[in-house]
Design a protein around this ligand. Structure first.
Ligand SMILES: [Zn+2]
Length: 120
């Protein structure tokens, strides 16, 4: 991967992270609003459900943000774009679709096969 490509992915990752951080902030605002709007006990019950739903989304966002941070660190130490497993270059097309990928498509496929067979 050349410098230009690294820069491209760095910007892509940073923009993605900003978007997620922004979304997460909005989720928190929504939670505050709901608290003051619904005082009725039945509404409160559904509010709890909504809240656990929101928290699940936020949890996923948080995990994704930490993956993005890891990818940015990998750009820093020049290991970005290399497969964690075999050390080969991860296909650019794959990184373009999923810049937080840490495995090449070959290793990813093997991993998924293994997961499938252990789940049975
Ligand atoms: Zn690999």
């Amino acid at each position: 991967m050349n410098k230009k490509q690294q820069k491209h992915f760095e910007q892509k990752l940073k923009a993605w992270k900003e978007e997620l951080v922004h979304e997460a902030g909005r989720t928190v605002d929504g939670m505050h609003e709901e608290k003051t709007l619904f005082a009725d006990p039945t509404d409160r019950a559904s509010m709890e459900t909504d809240r656990s739903f929101l928290l699940r989304i936020r949890d996923r966002e948080r995990r994704l943000i930490s993956k993005i941070d890891m990818a940015l660190e990998r750009i820093e130490d020049k290991s970005f774009g290399l497969c964690d497993h075999c050390g080969e270059n991860i296909e650019l097309k794959r990184l373009e679709a999923r810049p937080v990928a840490t495995l090449c498509i070959h290793c990813k496929t093997i991993q998924e096969e293994e997961e499938k067979s252990t789940r049975k």
